[in-house]
Design a binder for this molecule. Structure first.
Ligand code: URA
Length: 230
């Protein structure tokens, strides 16, 4: 990592402020004053600011109960973003792991650990995702069998992987997916001639939305939850 980025992240100051610190010789690497912002800091280096050792903050992991009306992106000109719900220092370093539609509620993971989030969203990993769907019409008698067999979605050539359906009421079901395609749940029910009117994500792999979190609330993930998705 570049020295200016390292100091900015470790000390929580802007890159412009770091450049001023570098100019006046306030930063040293392994005991030598360095003024070059673009120096690549070798792993294990001792970086000091005004004689005080600096350390990069560890990676952070959160779960959020996403409310409807909020978008899963880091910036948006129109709507509130999931990041805006986090009262965390330097939250601009965090990103949501995958996306939910603006009207979908439930579990969203956020982190600054790019390798961890890639491991969850990578199509090759097939992480289970569990959703509760409320439907406009009563479920057809063959809905579970058709989802288990795999469906051809509009505009696609490859059928969906088998998905499990647990029927909770004539118009409510829990669906478990093993892949993540664009608007997948809504499109799967559309392929069955139905329509999703509310969608809520309950779990990603072994990580379940904490029932104590009201919409809009979040908490740090426990170490076992982080490890379960690694
Ligand atoms: N499938 C959808 O259709 N929407 C979501 O937000 C998530 C999965």
């Amino acid at each position: 990592m570049r020295l200016d980025r390292y100091v900015s992240q470790a000390a929580g100051v802007s890159r412009a402020a770091v450049r001023a610190l570098l100019r006046r010789g306030a930063v040293s690497v392994d005991g030598r004053v360095v003024k070059a912002a673009d120096l690549q800091v070798p792993a294990g280096s001792r970086v000091e600011l005004e004689g005080q050792p600096l350390a990069l903050p560890g990676p952070r992991y959160f779960m959020l109960h996403k409310p409807a009306g909020v978008v899963c992106s880091t910036s948006d000109g129109e709507h509130a973003t999931v990041l805006s719900l986090l009262a965390e220092p330097r939250r601009e370093l965090l990103h949501p792991v995958g996306r939910l539609d603006i009207d979908t509620t439930g579990l969203v993971l956020l982190t600054d650990d790019g390798a961890w989030s890639h491991g969850i969203t990578s199509p090759r990993r097939h992480r289970d995702k569990v959703y509760r769907a409320t439907l406009a019409e009563p479920l057809a008698a063959d809905a579970a069998a058709r989802l288990a067999a795999g469906l051809l979605l509009k505009g696609e050539e490859k059928p969906t992987l088998p998905a499990q359906l647990d029927i909770l009421s004539p118009t409510e079901a829990r669906i478990t997916l093993h892949e993540g395609r664009y608007h997948q749940v809504k499109r799967m029910f559309a392929a069955l001639g139905n329509r999703v009117i509310a969608l809520h994500r309950e779990a990603i792999g072994a990580v379940v939305l904490d029932p104590s979190l009201a919409p809009g609330q979040y908490r740090a993930l426990r170490a076992d939850e982080v490890a379960a998705l690694r």
